[in-house]
Design a protein around this ligand. Sequence first.
Ligand SMILES: NC(=O)C1=CN([C@@H]2O[C@H](COP(=O)(O)OP(=O)(O)OC[C@H]3O[C@@H](n4cnc5c(N)ncnc54)[C@H](OP(=O)(O)O)[C@@H]3O)[C@@H](O)[C@H]2O)C=CC1
Ligand SMILES: O=C(O)[C@@H]1CCC=N1
Length: 258
Amino acid sequence: MNYGFIGFGNLAKAVYQGLKKVNNIQFAYFTRSKKEVSIPFFDCIEELVSFADVIWITVKPQDIKGILEKLQPLNLEGKLIVSPVAGKSIAFIENYLGKEVPIVRIMPNLAMAYQKSVTAFATNQPLNPATDAIFETLTRLGKAVKLNEKGFDLFTSVFGSGPAFILAFIQIFKDKMKEFELPGNVLDELLLELTQGTTLYFAENQSSYSIEELIRNITSKGGTTQAGLDHFHRHKIGKHFEGVLDAAKNRSEEMSKN
Ligand SMILES: NC(=O)C1=CN([C@@H]2O[C@H](COP(=O)(O)OP(=O)(O)OC[C@H]3O[C@@H](n4cnc5c(N)ncnc54)[C@H](OP(=O)(O)O)[C@@H]3O)[C@@H](O)[C@H]2O)C=CC1
Ligand SMILES: O=C(O)[C@@H]1CCC=N1
């Protein structure tokens, strides 16, 4: 199976890193400038298309239209398109390429590189074994869920952009720790242990306890955690944070209109 990337930035690199050890997949890419990676580079889209069984459109949303216009006159028989492009529907892609091309729309995150993405999947050909094979491949890269396209905007905000929002929270902890005057990399290591420890605590207990109960286990009556959580609730920080997720979701909706 040949996977050809159109665009080889953050997302394509994560897919490649997550799948490079799989025996029966060969990779190549097409971009405007050659990248530091040891897979074949094509400087012409026709050659990439002729190489690929699966064409990954891994460019930014503002660049997808130009790519689809280039793909439109090419012979796409026997090819399958995968698009992780935020805010661009299957119908948008079909509009350029025609309905008979199998299209898989996904919304992953960069943890694909470590087989830890949470990825949404939708397709125009659910009965085609080739689209099923892509779903199977996505399950190698973390958790994959079949989702109606209507859900993609919210999913993008929580699981696509989510890692950036969680990191932004960790950055607040890091900034707060500055007064210890520890080197940045030491701080990062400590925060990594904190987040890994928290994730493990969640993972080990989530089948038996709710998140509220897990928080309660850390909270002593009249203690430090309670003081922090009281501030959290009094100032509606959860509600404000929800605004971050809503802003990302709204932006995804807006992008679908262009
Ligand atoms: N980054 C993320 O966490 C996630 C991204 N996505 C989606 O994945 C897509 C890619 O994002 P990301 O990888 O971060 O973006 P990047 O900017 O890192 O990569 C985009 C790539 O597209 C190439 N490119 C741009 N225009 C063209 C063109 N006309 N012809 C050929 N190649 C082109 C660029 O290379 P060059 O300039 O050399 O051509 C570059 O390699 C986006 O649509 C995004 O919505 C989805 C989920 C998560
Ligand atoms: O920021 C973006 O639009 C993309 C989609 C999800 C993560 N990155």
